[in-house]
Design a protein around this ligand. Sequence first.
Ligand code: TRH
Length: 367
Amino acid sequence: MLWDVFCRVIDNFGDIGVCWRLSHDLAERGHAVRLWVDDASALAWMAPAALRSPSVQVLHWDAEVLEPGDIVVEAFGCNPPDAFVARMQRPAPPVWINLEYLSAEQWVERCHGLPSPVMSGPGAGLSKWFFYPGFTRATGGLLREADLMSARQVWEATPHQHRDQWLATLGISVRPPTARCLALFCYEQAPVGALLDALAAGGYPTQVLLTPGFATQLARQWQAAAAPTSHLSLHELPPLSQREFDRLLWACDLNFVRGEDSAVRALWAGQPHLWHIYPQEDGVHAGKLEAFMDRWMADWPDDLASDVRGLWLSWNGLTPASARGFESLNGLLDDPRWAAGSHASRQRLLEIGDLVTQLCGFVLDRR
Ligand code: TRH
């Protein structure tokens, strides 16, 4: 089928990150996709031409209006251009999907899959279907391309060998071989200084791999003021493609991710991780974070869940500054139950149909 996916880049990289992943997954399954985006610049590094499927056509948002395809997906309620919507008014209109933001909150299950009649504007009379990603069978599931876990399992069979080979492509070697690697991708509010202080004080050989932007900037600020320590080294990374970003998460013992798409990739990586949720002015992100922690850590031993929750709340600035120590991190990283819990929680999610499989079925039932 022919899909028209509309993406408006608000800020950061998640909008285009999710839409590219969706488009590419559809193309890998034999569909034709037109990805309409107002600012495709991030694709230059996120999805280099060599990794792009010929079945995904990237078009500028304002390009000439074409006959709409079989399915129109507007990501995160971005409202496609009026001229395009007007063309959707035809005897057999395309199935119109609003792909919503990811949340672990209960209400998602009640809203997923519901139709919403369009009452005004060029789409008046058409119906829009709300499709919610999520963590349960009563939602649309999570993006997970068909070959992801087989590639992950190959890596997991000899993790240090794969880690060393991959890091070497970035000019990074792990010294000593027992050193811990951490991946850092965060927003500007992240208490990176407190984290690095704790790692420096912990005394365990640690290498922190810094993604471009806030992580690199905040770590440089810390480094400018901190006493040099031989066991803590910082490595600034170039922007990686989505494929290589996955391998960063596979290579590291602890992953700091943010937003929506990298947060999901950390779940599939299965390593211990901390999530910096996209901060929202009215503080609603706190409820979203709690809802996810409830699900992700549901079956973990109480003391482990409590300690990891404490770290997550500190990382998101949701506990009093005085209590925002990361000293517990060093001990937790010695605790094999964190990795075991992450693997078990991942296994539970793997039992839920992936988002594109569910979306294709949903659409076929409504054509
Ligand atoms: O960049 P983000 O903060 O995007 C956010 C979230 O999507 C949030 O839900 C949304 O409301 C806001 O944008 C507008 O985080 P996210 O979602 O992880 O997107 C980052 C993308 O960038 C993801 O696809 C991974 C990719 N990436 C790379 O491919 N290579 C890299 O080197 C890095 C650092 C990221």
